[in-house]
Design a binder for this molecule. Structure first.
Ligand SMILES: [Zn+2]
Length: 421
């Protein structure tokens, strides 16, 4: 048990500020108790939180472990001129070269980065076409070692042929038999009907949902209209993708009004990834007509959800209906997605302790202003996951970060060499 002494607790839902001591139980369903009695407190490890703010830790709605070792790699064989070439010459070249070791280190360094940014739960979308089998188990193991909760899927796709698409389905079925997770699909333009059908069927059988990129670039729509005579969301709705409360539709940039209505009328959730969209130059997210089930992801660019929220606001507020409170609502909506769908791991005893010493008054009524213009990842001092201190004084406690980073650099060099063929 941990006793967080003399901090200010910020209720993530009501934004109520409360000066108190907090007793944090360990475990998957551990509770937190405000101002506990002296007898229980004496058995706990005390953490002095004087002058610091304690609140629910953060979660990421869409991540890509597979991209972790891309940072700083050499230029692709051809300079990409559009989104499909970005996939072909960068990401699909990288993920084809992944093997079990590079997947493991990609997952470890991602989980460490998340933890140090106060992110204790990650929804990931993974691809490694030539190392499909067992890939989700490897990622789960790495996340468990660091102490970060997860909801994983394998992005099933026909882009490398039917055999690899079937391997994706098998990996998903195997993983879902003993883990919580989703049925991942890459995107409409790389998933044929013969693959889409069994994927939706698998989601029904496992009472799961789909996790898929939607209309990230205009080309996804153009291919769908050309091939199937309908738009992406029409195709997905007809196939059953939108029938699940657990379904995650990622990006949703190039949608017609009727597609927006289909999404708003379904139980599916939408993940916005502003920085990735800016980086790929594919367009801007607009929430008009999509309903309230919108959350934020990083799309593998980094693991800092505070930054994702800021970017969504700064890039979006001139045309999207996103103000300070709406930014915070989308930032926290991932907890509602996880709770409403009864996923485990995003619990009350996941906390972040912020060493935030603002130059202006800070309280319930002006919290969103501080959230957007003040609080950053550098203020994350301690992180508690399932009641266990996984980051203390900005140092990861569960694994040897230095050793992992050294090995990760070796693995990255090996991966880059493999990519050059
Ligand atoms: Zn993505």
């Amino acid at each position: 048990m941990l006793l967080l002494k003399n901090g200010t607790f910020i209720n993530w839902q009501t934004l109520e500020f409360r000066q108190c001591d907090i007793l944090v139980d360990e475990g998957l369903n551990g509770k937190i108790t405000f101002n506990p009695g002296r007898e229980v407190s004496s058995k706990a490890t005390t953490v002095d939180c004087t002058g610091q703010y304690i609140t629910k830790s953060f979660a990421c709605g869409h991540h890509h472990v597979y991209s972790a070792l891309a940072r700083g790699m050499g230029a692709p064989k051809k300079n990409p001129e559009n989104f499909n070439e970005i996939l072909q010459y960068i990401w699909w070249t990288l993920d084809k070269a992944l093997d079990s070791e590079t997947i493991y280190y990609s997952a470890l360094v991602t989980a460490i980065a998340c933890a140090k940014n106060g992110v204790t739960f990650v929804v990931d979308h993974h691809a490694s076409p030539f190392a499909v089998e067992g890939s989700l188990g490897i990622i789960a193991k790495a996340f468990d070692e660091v102490g970060v909760g997860h909801l994983l899927c394998y992005e099933i796709s026909d882009r490398d042929g039917k055999e690899i698409a079937m391997k994706g389905l098998e990996e998903t079925a195997g993983y879902l038999s003993d883990h919580q997770g989703l049925v991942g699909l890459h995107a409409s333009f790389t998933v044929e009907d013969e693959t889409l059908r069994p994927a939706v069927q698998l989601a029904r059988q496992t009472q799961s949902g789909l996790h898929v990129h939607v209309a990230e670039a205009l080309s996804d729509q153009e291919q769908c209209i050309h091939t199937y005579g309908k738009r992406v969301i029409e195709r997905f709705a007809e196939a059953g993708v939108l029938e699940f409360d657990k379904t995650i539709l990622v990006h949703c940039l190039h949608l017609s009004e009727s597609e927006r209505q289909l999404i708003a009328g379904s139980p599916a959730w939408v993940v916005q990834n502003m920085e990735s969209n800016l980086n790929n130059g594919v367009g801007f997210f607009n929430s008009t007509g999509l309903g309230n089930r919108i959350l934020f992801g990083t799309d593998g660019m980094h693991s800092d959800m505070l930054q994702s929220a800021k970017s969504a606001f700064f890039a979006g507020h001139n045309f999207d209906n996103i103000d300070y409170p709406e930014t915070y609502r989308r930032f926290r909506n991932v907890h509602n997605y996880l709770a409403e769908n009864n996923f485990t791991g995003d619990v009350e005893n996941n906390l972040v302790i912020l060493d935030y010493n603002p130059p202006t008054p800070f309280n319930s009524s002006n919290f969103p202003g501080h959230f957007l213009f003040g609080i950053e990842n550098r203020h994350v001092r301690h992180v508690i996951s399932h009641g266990k201190m996984i980051v203390q004084d900005r140092v990861i406690q569960t694994v040897d970060e230095q050793r992992i980073l050294e090995e990760s650099r070796r693995q990255a060099a090996r991966l880059w060499k493999k990519m050059r063929g």
